[in-house]
Design a protein around this ligand. Structure first.
Ligand code: IVH
Length: 680
C-alpha cells in the first residue's frame, strides 16, 4: 500500500470507528457487532503502527492506552471547580427558591439534574479536538490525567457539528454497577483488595499510572456544565442540549421548570428510580438556568448561590437474618457476620453484613430469624441499622456470641478496652497463619504478587508453609503440580488454581525478588498489631535495624514523636515472644533486609519531628519530589493544615485558604529557597 492510500484508509477507519464508538457508548445503539468493530480497530492499529507519521493522539486506536505517567502535572483551572452546597431537607430547597426570588425579583427557570456519585473532570477541546483532561484537585488546581481519560469510550476525541472553537466541559466520571462488580470479581480472583464502592474505584482508575490499565476499566462519563467564550446560548440547559449534538453524553434525566412543585416531583421520581438506575447517584442538583442570572446571584467562598444539591438519604431495605457466622482475621480478632436472605439494595444484591462485634449484637438485641433493616450509604458495604421487633416470633432465641474459635476451638478472650473478641492461639489457628502470610506477601509489604490468595491456601493445606519463613525454603519441585478447585460461590464461577511450570517459576522468582524489599516494608510485613506502613517507616528510620527495634523498651519507643503507649506495648509484646525471635532469625538467614543500609542512615535527619504541608507549584521540582525530600530528611508531609503542622511550604498559586489559615494560626510559611536553607 502506498503512503497516500494508507492515509486515506486511516482517515476512513477513524471516521467509522468514531461513529461506532458514539453509537455504542453514547447512544447505546450499536449497528455493527463487537467482532466487526474489533476487526476495524485492529486494521487501524496495524496501519498506524506501519505509518506512524499519520498517527494522531486522538485516533480511536489510542483508546487502548499505553502511556505511562509517573507524576501527573499540576494544572490551574481557568475558573475554579467549586462544590455545591448540600441539603437533606425540602424546607431548605424552598428557602433556596425564596432567596433567589428575592435577589432576582422574579422566579427564574431552574434546571434539575442528577447528582452523579463519581469524580469530577474538566476537559478542554480546541478546534473540536480533545486536548486536556484535569481532575478537580483542590478546586483551584488539579492533575493532568489526559492520557487516562482519552481511553474512556463515551468521551469524544473529535467533536462534530457546530461546536465552539474553544470549549471547556465538565462532568462526572463513574463506574456503572455492572462494571464495578466485574472489576471487583477480577480483583478478588487475583487476590487484590476490593474497592469499597464505585466512586472509589472510579477515582482510583483516573489516577492510574498505566493508561492501558485504565482502558480495561469500563468507565463512563456524563457531562453537566459547559464553559467558553463563544457558546451558542447564554443558558445552561440549551447549551447542554447542543453539546449532545457535538458528541457528548448528556443525561436523559433533566428538566427545565419555573414551578417548585415540578422540582419536588423530579426529586421524588428520581429517589424512586434510584434503586433501578445502573449507576450511583446521591441526589439531585437544582441550578438557575440563565447565565446572567447566575452572575447576578454570584458565589460564596466555596459554592455558587445559583445552585443547590438535594442529597438523598442512604438507601434502605428489609430482609431476614438466616444465620450468623464468624470470621477470624490475621490478628485473631473474631468478626460476626450476618448472613441475610438476598435483597437488592442500591444496585447490588446484599447477602451479608458485618455485625462488627458482640456489643453490636447485644445492642441490636438480635434474635434468630429477625427481620432486619439494612442500609447502604456512601459505602457499598451494607450496615444493619435496626430490627423490626414486632415481626419477631415468640419462640425466637437470642443470638449469643460464640465462646470458642470457629476454626481451632480455642476459648476466645477479650481485652477490657477493646470491643473485639480474639482467638489467642496465634501460633496454630489456621486463618491467623494464612492471614499473616497473605499480609506478608501483599503489595505494600513484600509484594510477592505471584502468590495470590488462593495459592497461599494451597501451600498451607499441603503443609509447605506454616510461617512466612517457610516461603524462603520453597524449592521448585516442592510445589510444581499442586492444585485446588475452588467451588462456585455466590456470583463467582468455579475455578481451578494450579501450579504449572510458569506459575511455579514466577512464585520462586517473586520470593527471591522480595529479598530486596527495604527494611521498613519488611517491618510492616511482619504484621505487628498497630504497626501500619507509616509507623513501620518511623520505627525503621529511628532504630535503623531489627535488632534495635527488638530490644527497644517502652520508654525508648514512647520517646519517639508519633509513637503512643498502645503501639509501644504492642511492639514490646511482639518481640518478647520467643517465637518471634526465632522467626526473625530465620528471616535474617534467608537474607531479608533487616536494617537500613549504612549510606542511607547517614543522611542527617534535619527535619526530624517537623510536619509540612506543601501547596502550589515549584519551578524545578514536582510536589512529589519535594515531599520525598521532606521525608528523606526525616520530616513528615501531610495534606491539610492542623495544630501539628510546623510549616506551610508555598509555591506559585498556593491555595489561598491554606495561606490564610496558616497566617491565622501562626504556622510559618516558607518559600522554596527558605525551605532549602533549612536543609543546609
Ligand atoms: S455542577 C459549582 N452538576 O458534585 C457547580 N456537579 O459538589 C458544581 N456533581 O465536584 C458542579 N453531579 O463532581 C454539578 N449534575 C451535576 C453534578 C455535579 C455530580 C459533583 C461534581 C462536583 C460536586 C459538587
Amino acid at each position: 500500500m502506498k503512503a497516500e492510500e494508507a492515509k486515506l484508509r486511516i482517515d476512513e477507519l477513524s471516521r467509522q470507528l468514531r461513529q461506532h464508538n458514539h453509537n455504542y457508548y453514547v447512544l447505546s445503539s450499536p449497528v455493527i457487532s463487537d467482532y466487526e468493530f474489533d476487526m476495524l480497530l485492529e486494521e487501524l492499529i496495524r496501519l498506524e503502527t506501519e505509518y506512524p507519521q499519520f498517527s494522531d493522539p486522538n485516533s480511536p486506536a489510542k483508546r487502548i492506552g499505553g502511556v505511562i505517567t509517573k507524576d501527573f502535572p499540576t494544572v490551574t483551572h481557568k475558573t475554579p471547580m467549586l462544590s455545591l452546597s448540600n441539603t437533606y431537607s425540602e424546607e431548605e430547597i424552598i428557602a433556596f427558591g425564596q432567596r433567589i426570588r428575592k435577589d432576582l425579583d422574579k422566579d427564574p427557570d431552574y434546571v434539575c439534574e442528577l447528582k452523579y456519585d463519581g469524580v469530577a473532570i474538566s476537559i478542554t477541546y480546541e478546534q473540536g479536538n480533545f486536548i486536556r483532561a484535569v481532575t478537580r484537585g483542590d478546586g483551584t488546581q488539579g492533575d493532568d490525567v489526559t492520557a487516562n481519560i482519552r481511553t474512556i469510550r463515551s468521551i469524544p476525541l473529535l467533536l462534530h457539528g457546530d461546536h465552539p472553537q474553544e470549549l471547556e466541559i465538565r462532568g462526572e466520571i463513574f463506574l456503572p454497577h455492572k462494571g464495578f462488580e466485574k472489576i471487583n470479581r477480577e480483583r478478588e480472583e487475583a487476590g487484590e483488595p476490593l474497592f469499597a464502592n464505585p466512586r472509589n474505584s472510579a477515582s482510583g482508575s483516573v489516577k492510574m499510572q498505566d493508561s492501558s490499565e485504565v482502558a480495561k476499566r469500563p468507565l463512563d462519563c456524563i457531562f453537566y456544565s459547559i464553559h467558553g467564550k463563544n457558546l451558542p446560548f447564554d443558558s445552561h440547559y440549551e447549551n447542554l442540549m447542543e453539546a449532545k449534538k457535538w458528541g457528548f453524553k448528556i443525561s436523559e434525566y433533566i428538566i427545565k421548570t419555573k414551578d417548585q412543585q415540578q422540582i419536588f416531583n423530579f426529586i421524588h421520581e428520581m429517589e424512586g428510580a434510584r434503586p433501578e438506575l445502573p449507576f450511583d447517584i446521591d441526589g439531585v442538583v437544582i441550578k438557575v438556568n440563565d447565565f446572567l442570572q447566575q452572575q447576578d446571584l454570584g458565589f460564596t467562598a466555596k459554592s455558587p448561590r445559583w445552585a443547590i444539591a438535594y442529597k438523598f438519604m442512604a438507601e434502605q431495605a428489609t430482609t431476614r437474618l438466616l444465620s450468623v457466622s464468624y470470621q477470624v482475621g490475621r490478628t485473631g480478632a473474631v468478626t460476626p457476620v450476618a448472613n441475610l436472605e438476598p435483597v437488592p439494595l442500591a444496585g447490588t444484591i446484599v447477602k451479608r453484613a458485618s455485625l462488627h462485634n458482640a456489643d453490636i449484637i447485644t445492642k441490636l438485641d438480635l434474635h434468630d430469624g429477625d427481620l432486619l433493616q439494612v442500609e447502604k450509604g456512601g459505602d457499598i458495604i451494607p450496615k444493619i441499622t435496626g430490627v423490626v421487633k414486632k415481626d419477631r416470633k415468640a419462640d425466637a432465641g437470642p443470638i449469643h456470641f460464640i465462646d470458642e474459635c470457629p476454626d481451632c476451638g480455642t476459648k476466645l478472650l477479650k481485652h477490657e478496652d477493646e470491643a473485639a473478641h480474639f482467638c489467642p492461639n496465634d501460633a496454630a489457628c489456621p486463618p491467623q497463619i494464612k492471614g499473616r502470610i497473605e499480609h506478608f506477601i501483599s503489595r505494600r509489604a513484600m509484594d510477592i504478587d505471584s502468590l495470590g490468595e488462593g495459592k497461599v491456601e494451597i501451600l498451607y493445606e499441603n503443609g509447605i508453609i506454616r510461617s512466612v519463613a517457610d516461603l524462603y525454603t520453597i524449592k521448585y519441585n516442592d510445589i510444581l503440580g499442586l492444585e485446588k478447585v475452588y467451588p462456585a460461590e455466590d456470583d463467582k464461577k468455579e475455578r481451578k488454581v494450579s501450579f504449572k511450570d510458569k506459575t511455579t517459576e514466577n512464585i520462586i522468582n517473586g520470593i527471591r525478588a522480595s529479598l530486596k524489599v527495604p527494611f521498613e516494608r519488611v517491618l510492616f510485613a511482619l504484621g505487628i498489631r498497630h504497626v501500619g506502613e507509616t509507623v513501620a517507616k518511623i520505627l525503621a528510620r529511628h532504630f535503623k535495624s531489627i535488632d534495635a527495634v527488638a530490644s527497644a523498651n517502652m520508654e525508648a519507643l514512647i520517646d519517639i514523636h508519633e509513637i503512643g503507649e498502645k503501639i509501644a506495648r504492642s511492639v514490646v509484646d511482639y518481640f518478647s515472644n520467643p517465637e518471634t525471635r526465632e522467626l526473625i532469625n530465620l528471616l535474617k538467614e534467608a537474607g531479608l533486609q533487616m536494617n537500613i543500609p549504612e549510606n542511607e542512615s547517614t543522611i542527617p535527619q534535619l527535619l526530624d519531628g517537623k510536619t509540612f504541608v506543601v501547596s502550589g507549584t515549584f519551578d524545578d521540582h514536582s510536589r512529589d519530589e519535594i515531599k520525598e525530600m521532606i521525608e528523606h530528611y526525616g520530616g513528615k508531609s501531610t495534606t491539610s493544615l492542623s495544630a501539628k503542622t510546623n510549616y506551610l511550604l508555598a509555591g506559585a498559586n498556593a491555595g489561598p485558604s491554606k495561606l490564610e489559615k496558616a497566617e491565622k494560626s501562626g504556622i510559618e510559611i516558607l518559600d522554596l529557597p527558605q525551605f532549602l536553607e533549612l536543609l543546609k
